[in-house]
Design a protein around this ligand. Structure first.
Ligand SMILES: O=C(CO)COP(=O)(O)O
Length: 248
């Protein structure tokens, strides 16, 4: 029904040697028919990655893009540039961008628009903090993030990633039930806006996904794969996570 999707977010990590290792490994792994595997290395490696990954079928994504299309914005990279060098995806609104680089919901909405305009598939990241979860505000926080980011979005060219902030890099994973509850809420919200897109939309879980917990998470009804941080820097572990997404 929905194709499984596993995306590696290398964040500020990785090097050419890791790109080569992944490219070599996945060249010999027969997985792409069942699972779309995407790697988002730091932007400076994208061009090399596009060449190295070609035979393996791994797709490429950016970790961020500008909310502007072009102009005097020193240091920015546009969605169109990412597309131009072979990216299919771009992460937008990761909680680290929101918390550490003051990315607002308005900026997130602008980036989604830029990405969709040039046919780059945005992966919108949403998630609550621990304080918000403890205050029973999960649903209102996530709905707020969705409403503000996706007001003008095309739901047919979109991925949503649920990444509870308290689970990122902490070793604390949401239980499969906790994750499923939020994923279903997200899908129901999409159905209320774009009924024909909701069942097709891939919704990924992210936050301390490892080889040993991936399968249970991915087998939940509304979880279509994962957005992987730390564990995506180890080729064998990342492969094991991708294997866990087969047959879901
Ligand atoms: O932020 C994440 C992916 O975008 C998740 O990171 P970890 O898998 O390291 O918890």
């Amino acid at each position: 029904m929905r194709q499984a999707l596993v995306i590696a977010n290398w964040k500020l990590n990785g090097d050419t040697a890791l790109l080569k290792d992944m490219a070599e490994h996945f060249h010999h792994v027969d997985i792409q028919e069942q699972v779309n595997v995407v790697i988002c290395p730091p932007a400076v490696y994208l061009k090399t990655a596009a060449v190295l990954f070609e035979p393996s079928g791994i797709e490429l994504g950016g970790q961020n893009c500008s909310e502007y299309g072009s102009g005097a914005y020193t240091g920015e990279i546009s969605a169109e540039m990412l597309r131009d060098i072979g990216c299919e995806y771009v992460l937008i609104g990761h909680s680290e961008r929101r918390a550490l680089f003051a990315e607002t919901d308005e900026m997130v909405a602008g980036k989604i628009k830029q990405a969709q305009q040039c046919n780059l598939r945005p992966v919108l990241c949403v998630g609550e903090t621990l304080a918000e979860r403890e205050a029973n505000a999960v649903e209102s926080v996530i709905r707020g993030q969705l409403e503000k980011a996706l007001g003008e979005a095309d739901f047919n060219n979109l991925v949503i990633a649920y990444e509870p902030v308290w689970a990122i890099g902490t070793g604390k994973t949401a239980t499969p039930e906790q994750a499923q509850e939020v994923h279903k809420m997200i899908r129901d919200w999409v159905a209320s806006k774009a009924p024909e897109s909701a069942q097709k939309l891939q919704i990924l879980y992210g936050g301390s996904v490892k080889a040993d917990n991936a399968s249970t998470l991915f087998h939940q009804a509304d979880i279509d794969g994962g957005l992987i941080g730390g564990a995506s820097l180890d080729t064998e572990q990342f492969d094991a996570i991708c294997q866990a997404a087969k047959d879901i």
